[in-house]
Design a protein around this ligand. Structure first.
Ligand SMILES: [Zn+2]
Length: 78
């Protein structure tokens, strides 16, 4: 079985398309600092940051970023 060029394009598109929550790694990265601060302050998560939370659960790479950031923030506070 061989794929047509169109099918290959579609597959490539799917691979780079954002997760179903609509948040991609760039979007997540832009808000993860805000998310980490709220998380550490134990404040209720605004709706706009729920997608960051979802993304972190689905994306080990951003999750690592978040954990590193959290550690950095904690060391600043203490
Ligand atoms: Zn990500």
């Amino acid at each position: 079985m061989s794929l047509s060029e169109q099918q290959v394009r579609t597959l490539v598109q799917l691979a780079v398309t954002t997760t179903p929550d609509g948040m991609d790694c760039d979007g997540c990265f832009g808000r993860v600092a805000e998310f980490a601060e709220i998380h550490l302050a134990n404040q209720p998560l605004p709706e706009s940051l729920r997608r960051v939370e979802d993304h972190l659960q689905n994306c080990p790479c951003c999750k690592d970023e978040f954990e590193a950031l959290k550690l950095a923030l904690v060391s600043v506070v203490e």
